[in-house]
Design a protein around this ligand. Structure first.
Ligand SMILES: [Zn+2]
Length: 152
């Protein structure tokens, strides 16, 4: 199944119609305009009125209508192409950001867990001293800091 059919089911026939009819209308419009113009300018040399000048008034709207129809027919394809080009990039960016965030969240969770562990450390409150170097809690009996090895 083609991408276009999957994204825009049921609109394929209308688009195909517009894609075929649009350019045909432009071509037919140009032919009408040409006939009108030739008739208009060739009538200058004679006394006859420009017999096919009305073709200009058929040709010009036809060209305009056909051009807009063609534009409409291909607009979806262009939009989808742009969307197809940018969507993977956005996805990559999201994944990249998510991957960048993950270690940060992990660190945060670990820090919180360590904080909680420190709070509920086995050293009883009032029965501990803190390292002057790193602030690690230690029992009063400890001679050296368990964190940095500083003499207490
Ligand atoms: Zn220390």
């Amino acid at each position: 199944m083609r991408d276009e059919e999957r994204i825009n089911p049921g609109h394929g026939e209308i688009r195909l119609f517009a894609r075929v009819v649009g350019p045909i209308m432009v071509v037919v419009g140009v032919i009408f305009l040409a006939i009108g113009m030739i008739s208009f300018f060739s009538s200058f040399g004679s006394f006859e009125p420009p017999r096919y000048f009305w073709c200009c008034f058929v040709g010009m709207p036809l060209i305009a209508l056909g051009a807009s129809l063609t534009q409409f027919a291909f607009l979806g394809s262009i939009a989808r192409y742009i969307a197809g080009e940018t969507a993977p990039v956005q996805k990559d960016t999201f994944n990249y950001v998510a991957q960048g965030i993950r270690p940060g969240v992990k660190d945060l969770v670990q820090a919180v867990r360590e904080g909680l562990t420190e709070e509920s450390s086995d050293v009883p409150a009032g029965d501990k001293k803190f390292c002057s170097n790193c602030g690690q809690a230690a029992t009063l009996q400890a001679n050296f800091c368990s964190g940095c090895g500083q003499k207490l």
